[in-house]
Design a binder for this molecule. Structure first.
Ligand code: ADP
Ligand code: MG
Length: 467
């Protein structure tokens, strides 16, 4: 069986002229395609709702609504479907018009077999490319899609709403949050939700380089502009043309660099170092800061005008300790990722391990949690990850946390609650027999009586009579 027979492509022929419709269908079926006919706009859309077509061939002049109308709707609702129009002899203008709307090609009446064979082949090749492209896009989307950003806490839900709302616009976005809260992840995800997704996403850390190097890194330089500039170099802004540039750690930009940044943000143009030729770019700018920028402005460390220029849409990422309900979800998700990465087969965390993780304040936020899970997956000896597989500081922290809730009281007062619990358990275990209870606890009967009185434990609360 040939591939064509196994996976026949589906073609829809739309023409109000039944003879043309039927003869085209018959011809294409003989060529090995699955082919249906529709007599106009409405029937065509009905057929398309019923099943997926690879190609739609439509007449231009039809009574209900012309082929252009159909082209517009198909393009919008089914962007993966390729369209070809049939025009009357000598009406080349309408063919041009159709192509402008998005038709892939046109056929002129009378239709010649060889011509249709060639055009259908080419159109279907085009459709396969579109499909492949879509699959790649889907893959990228699922890699950077919102479904991979974990967060059920309402603070995160607000973040997701913001991402969806701003992704397609060109608005500058400022992401603020401590280290490891997911700023870089969110920046990427905004890019991958925008219509620029197929264009470059360029990431630059403004804290990593000294001012002069950073300037040449971003704007490029010309040969000889400084020692070491042995040839012309394009900068990151040019590389990001049409796409997104992500300026990370913007809070550490030097005053001189802040001035240059202000200009490029205002005018989207700049000059490479050592050049007086102005370059203009179409870039979406996303920035991240791990310090409160407003505070930096107040302290005189960040330019106020630049702050207002970049603070158009602000996404604030909460610390992990402010959304502890997400800790188990993130841990589970990292567990699956890390098992895959390291070829391990761990199933879950023990309740105790989860409890320790929920109590820990995570100064390194999600990144720290990710590392902790990776370490446990690699080093853990058992299928289930238990508290022993967690780093010491997490276990210690939870223990340190206990006295944090300790309010001022004497040792005797502090021991009351645990003592009462122990007495209750011992009594229950001995069926409220006081002699046996006293023996078990290795205290004399009188001491036991006194204690029971103090705690109001003289009688079994479940029994009607005193033993
Ligand atoms: N909400 C989240 N869901 C899943 N993974 C996350 C989330 N936030 C952060 N991460 C992961 O944690 C790590 C640190 O995130 P990153 O974006 O680099 O933080 P930042 O840029 O704020 O320092 C990355 O591996 C990232 O994929
Ligand atoms: Mg980062």
């Amino acid at each position: 069986m040939t591939d064509k027979q196994k996976h026949p492509k589906r073609i829809l022929i739309v023409d109000d002229d039944q003879i043309i419709r039927d003869s085209l269908c018959e011809f294409l079926r003989l060529e090995g395609y699955q082919c249906d006919g529709a007599d106009g706009f409405h029937q065509a859309l009905k057929e398309m709702e019923k099943q997926r077509y690879n190609l739609v061939i439509t007449d231009v002049n039809m009574p209900e609504a012309d082929g252009f109308e159909l082209l517009r709707v198909v393009r919008k609702r089914y962007p993966e479907v390729v369209t070809v129009v049939i025009t009357g002899y000598g009406t080349i203008e309408s063919a041009v018009e159709a192509i402008k709307i998005g038709a892939y090609d046109y056929l002129t009446k009378p239709i010649v077999d060889d011509e249709i064979r060639m055009i259908v082949n080419r159109a279907l090749e085009q459709q396969a490319l579109i499909q492949e492209n879509r699959n790649l896009k889907d893959q990228l989307r699922s890699q950077f899609g919102l479904e991979n950003i974990i967060g059920h806490d309402f603070k995160m839900l607000k973040v997701f709403d913001l991402i969806e709302a701003v992704a397609d616009s060109k608005a500058t976005v400022l992401i603020s949050g401590s280290s490891g809260t997911g700023k870089s992840l969110i920046a990427r995800s905004i890019h991958h939700h925008s219509d620029r997704m197929e264009m470059p996403f360029i990431e630059v850390s403004c804290g990593a380089l000294p001012e002069t190097l950073l300037e040449s890194e971003l704007f490029g330089h010309i040969k000889g502009s400084f020692t070491g500039a042995v040839s012309n170099k394009d900068g990151k802004f040019l590389a990001a043309d049409g796409g997104t540039i992500f300026l990370d750690e913007i809070n550490s930009a030097t005053p001189g660099f802040q001035v240059k940044l202000l200009r490029v943000l205002q005018e989207r143009c700049f000059e490479p170092v050592g050049s007086n030729e102005t370059k203009t770019v179409d870039v979406r700018v996303i920035l991240a800061t791990n310090k409160d920028l407003q505070n930096e402005v107040e302290k005189g460390r960040f330019r106020e005008d630049l702050y207002y220029r970049i603070n158009v849409v602000n996404i604030e990422l909460p610390k992990l300790s402010e959304r502890t309900t997400d800790v188990p979800l993130l841990a589970e998700s990292f567990l699956r990722q890390m098992c895959k990465k390291h070829g391990k087969d761990k199933t879950s965390f023990s309740d105790e391990a989860i409890h320790y993780m929920e109590c820990y304040p995570w100064p390194g936020n999600v990144r720290e949690l990710e590392n902790v899970v990776e370490r446990a997956v690699v080093l853990g000896k058992h299928q289930q990850i238990s508290a022993q597989d967690l780093p010491q500081q997490i276990l210690d922290q939870a223990r340190h946390d206990a006295p944090a809730t300790f309010t001022r009281m004497s040792l005797r007062e502090a021991l009351e609650e645990p003592e009462k619990k122990i007495l209750e358990m011992a009594l229950r275990q001995n069926n409220w027999n006081r002699q046996q209870t006293a023996e078990m606890l290795q205290i004399n009967r009188t001491t036991l009586y006194k204690k029971l009185k103090r705690f109001g434990l003289e009688a079994d609360p479940m029994a009607n009579s005193v033993s």
